[in-house]
Design a protein around this ligand. Structure first.
Ligand code: G6P
Length: 608
């Protein structure tokens, strides 16, 4: 979703802004622009499409010379991707960039038009530039606060005033924004990677706070005009600069796939340092009142929730519902005593998940959050937050955050099971031992030999149009995530089906050569799944079997096999998804897709 950067210092702002926008490309965008105080005014340059188009434009028109500016990557919501709809937007003395949605923009626009204002874009954003300019009579903070007071919706704004060439202003509501603090230079940004090569120190801007930046200092005000800078915590990003770079891999997605042995170690290991009695004790001191968990999330985080449900119900016998956040928030959900809502989110900023969290809290329901980005809105607003410590995830298609979310859900399942006595201490020890082996097992799925196999299989998907994944129980949930990966990055139409359900309609689509990934890792269900695989094979489907080592030998119901190192059945989904991620990655590469920046997608969806 839209990315914002801002710079004030001694360096050429255009260079810093372009670099920062490059670091935010992962958020997903379809146009970009910058505005720089240059000579006696603000010069704006913008272009539809990739950042390279904007680079070209800067080359053609000459880069704006100046040391203060703002930049933006836009993910279209109101108005198609075009030069005119790209940010920054200007009106009168005001130029700004915006992430979020102004829900009442139409009525605001009409009222501005009735005063004679004319608009040059179809965006909701432009109305904010008009409003701020309307209220501006020498006091910029006052104008911004009055203007946002009339706005309904979400926003992170970076604002410049033509007559204040040494300052940047920033404000936000429900869309992420940080202020980076450097030496003789300061920054605004949607996310840490944009500033990481310049500074690690940053403030998280809260609702109803206004940041004013000069190159020498950052001052934070509340909306009553009080200077609150001294009260705010100056955060330090502990991410390596390299963690947000590709490190020799052709794509972030491939790099992040290969990081999984390490990220799983970081997600799992800390929960076991104080023995079984210590699992999640710090984050969630007491689970005794829990009668039901309601997992709420979007996209892959929701798929992680499906796997969490399998593990928690199996081990702890606690009922779990899994809900899509955008549905949950408008479904008037039935929540009551003994319910706990678990929000899962990599970014911690997904608008629907955040709204679901607030809805649950508003009903007095305790909320746990499983989050990657430290200090994000969901992490801060939940009652209890468990971090997955996966480090920056840049590729739009999540890989390492997904497996770490699932790993944390497994620790939660074990903890609940221990608290309820549904597993013996001995059995819990066995499971814990296998959980700690997961990094090693995942590494075994990423050897050169295995990668060559995934490449070979992916090359078969070049000319295909449809793709099916089948499995039962937890394997069906793995399929849901696998299908998401294939769709997201390779644009191949893919559906995940509960293996036993295929024959109730969808099997009509299985014809000669249609690829079908059959996942069979849960030994208690293998026989049943095999019957369904045979149904596919009998109709000419091209079957790639994903199964534990040894299971495929001597069988003839598949065409190709991806064999996995064996562990507890319960934990096999983590081992199984990694080859499928890699297979999806190479499928996308062979189909010529832009793997890290898939069309129409955004990494962090901060609008409804
Ligand atoms: C977007 C991303 C998905 C992600 C989902 C939820 O749609 O493209 O990969 O799973 O948002 O994101 P979150 O940050 O809440 O996990």
């Amino acid at each position: 979703m839209c990315g914002i950067v801002g710079y004030t210092g001694d360096k050429q702002a255009a260079d810093i802004l372009m670099e920062g926008l490059g670091k935010l490309e992962y958020r997903g965008y379809d146009s970009a622009g910058i505005a720089v105080f240059s000579g006696d005014g603000i010069r704006v340059e913008k272009a539809k499409g990739r950042l390279s188009n904007l680079e070209e434009r800067l080359k053609k028109n000459g880069k704006p010379v100046g040391t203060v500016g703002i930049g933006h990557t836009r993910w279209a919501t109101h108005g198609e991707p075009s030069d005119a709809n790209s940010h920054p937007h200007s009106h009168g003395r005001v130029t700004l960039v915006h992430n979020g949605i102004i829900e009442n923009y139409l009525s605001l626009k009409q009222s501005m038009e009735s005063m004679g204002n004319t608009f040059s874009s179809e965006t909701d954003t432009e109305v904010v530039a008009h409003l701020i300019d309307y209220y501006y009579s020498g006091d910029p903070a006052d104008a911004i606060i009055r203007a946002v007071g009339r706005v309904e919706g979400s926003y992170a704004l970076g604002v410049m005033f033509e007559d204040i060439p040494d300052k940047l202003f920033a404000v936000r509501k429900d869309s992420p924004l940080i202020v980076g603090v450097g030496e003789g230079e300061n920054f605004i940004a949607s996310d840490v990677p944009a500033i990481l090569s310049h500074t690690r120190r940053y403030y998280l801007i809260d609702q109803q706070e206004l940041a004013v930046l000069t190159k020498e200092r950052v001052t934070l005000y509340d909306f009553s005009g009080n200077d609150i800078t001294a009260e705010k915590e100056l955060m330090t990003a502990d991410w390596d600069v390299e963690a947000a770079e590709k490190g020799g891999y052709p794509h972030f997605m491939l790099k992040e796939i290969h990081e999984q042995p390490q990220t799983l170690e970081r997600a799992i290991q800390p929960h076991f340092v104080n023995g079984l009695g210590g699992i999640l004790k710090e984050e969630i001191p007491d689970t005794s009142g829990i009668r039901r968990l309601v997992i709420v999330a979007c996209g892959s985080a929701m798929n992680a929730g499906l796997l969490g449900k399998c593990a928690i119900e199996r081990l702890a016998r606690v009922p779990v519902d899994v809900c899509i956040a955008s549905e949950f928030r408008y479904a008037n959900p039935i929540l009551g005593e003994g319910d706990v809502v678990v929000v899962i989110s990599q970014s911690g900023e997904t608008a629907d998940s955040l709204a679901a969290l607030r809805l649950a809290k508003g009903k007095g329901i305790p909320v746990y959050a499983i989050v990657n980005v430290v200090g994000s809105s969901i992490a801060r607003e939940a009652d209890h937050t468990v971090y997955i410590w996966a480090g920056p995830e840049i590729a739009v298609a999540t890989t390492k955050a997904f497996t770490s979310q699932v790993a944390v859900l497994y620790t939660l399942a074990l903890r609940l099971a221990l608290d309820r006595g549904t597993v013996s201490a001995e059995r819990a020890e066995e499971i814990a031992k296998e959980m700690k082996r997961l990094p090693e097992l995942v590494a075994k799925t990423l050897t050169d030999e295995k990668i060559a196999l995934y490449q070979r299989l992916a090359s078969l998907n070049r000319g295909k149009h449809d793709f099916f994944i089948i499995g039962r129980g937890q394997d069906y949930a793995v399929g849901c995530e696998g299908s998401m990966k294939i769709k997201e990055v390779s644009y191949l139409h893919c559906e995940s089906y509960a293996a036993g359900e295929l024959k109730h309609g969808t099997i009509s689509l299985i014809t000669e050569g249609v690829p079908c990934l059959a996942i069979a890792t849960d030994r208690s269900l293998v026989e049943k799944t095999v019957s369904n695989i045979k149904e596919v094979k009998a109709r000419g489907g091209q079957v790639v079997l994903v199964c534990p080592e040894g299971m495929a030998q001597g069988q003839d119901f598949y065409d190709y096999a991806i064999e996995l190192p064996q562990t507890e059945d319960l934990l096999m989904p983590i081992v199984a998804i990694v080859p499928i991620q890699t297979y999806a990655y190479y499928t996308a590469v062979y189909r010529g897709c832009d793997v890290d920046k898939p069309r129409n997608l955004a990494k962090s969806v901060t609008v409804e």
